[in-house]
Ligand binder design. Structure first.
Ligand code: ADP
Ligand code: MG
Length: 239
């Protein structure tokens, strides 16, 4: 059984294709890195997988069931959006933010455990708006993990975060995948990190340019070069 199966996914905004005939599968235990320049359609892909965007052609299945037929799969998903925003003065502590997501009442033990796992237990009483970007990010991951998801989806989670927090975050991801067997789908600009962490790679640039084992991608200089050139052109278009 594949956990996720995406078949011929095409998404259009005002008639213009943001994703064009994208197909791939994710198997249990996979750590999939999705790389692609700005505007490649990464967030569009996630929005569609999460049921936030329902206007698409093709099919998306989780646990062998079409997501248009059942929303049960959402219970098994943890999601860290690209820009989780909290107002500076948002009146909530770290524990409050993580608890908001909790479906089961009165599970203080669970909250404490997840906060410890993310190295933020010491911060549980601090206001969310007072934390650094890296600390906030770990709170959002804690929030995504609180209901024990089978699959964790993260959309470019390290933008604007310092190197030390990024390293810690990568170690946490590795641990979640290796030790807790959580399937991870993660979009990133950091090719080195994808090379080190992910066992599968999807190169997206409206079309799926490559999908397969990360070794096969990173050991193929020609592929990496083509990808880098395409992203650089895209980058120049945006600046
Ligand atoms: P990425 O996350 O890889 O940067 P996006 O999925 O955000 O890419 O965007 C893909 C393309 O779709 C871009 O050209 C973007 O401008 C466009 N797009 C994204 N969301 C919308 C929307 N809600 N309405 C119209 N166009 C959109
Ligand atoms: Mg995006």
């Amino acid at each position: 059984m594949s956990l996720v199966e995406i078949k011929n996914l095409t998404v259009r905004y005002s008639g213009i294709k943001a994703l064009d005939d994208v197909s791939f599968v994710v198997n249990p235990g996979d750590f999939l890195g999705i790389i692609g320049p700005n505007g490649a359609g990464k967030s569009t892909l996630f929005d569609s997988m999460l049921g936030l965007n329902t206007k698409y052609d093709g099919t998306i299945k989780f646990f062998d069931e079409d997501i248009k037929r059942s929303k049960k799969y959402l219970k098994e998903l943890g999601y860290v959006p690209q820009k989780p925003v909290f107002e500076k003065n948002f009146p909530a502590t770290v524990s409050d933010v993580v608890q908001m997501e909790l479906r089961d009442e009165s599970k203080q033990d669970r909250i404490d455990k997840v906060l410890r796992q993310l190295w933020i237990y010491d911060l549980h009483d601090r206001r969310i708006g007072d934390l650094s970007g890296g600390q906030q990010q770990r709170v959002f991951i804690a929030k995504a993990l609180i209901n024990n998801p089978k699959i964790l989806i993260l959309d470019e989670p390290v933008t604007g975060i310092d190197q030390q927090s990024t390293d810690l975050f990568y170690n946490i991801l590795r641990d979640l995948n290796h030790r807790q067997k959580i399937t991870i789908i993660w979009s990133s600009h950091d090719l080195d990190a994808v090379n080190q962490l992910a066992n599968h790679v999807a190169c997206l640039n409206r079309i799926l340019f490559f999908h397969g084992e990360s070794e096969k991608f990173f050991s193929n200089d020609e592929l990496v070069k083509q990808y880098s050139e395409a992203s650089m052109q895209e980058h120049m278009r945006h600046h």
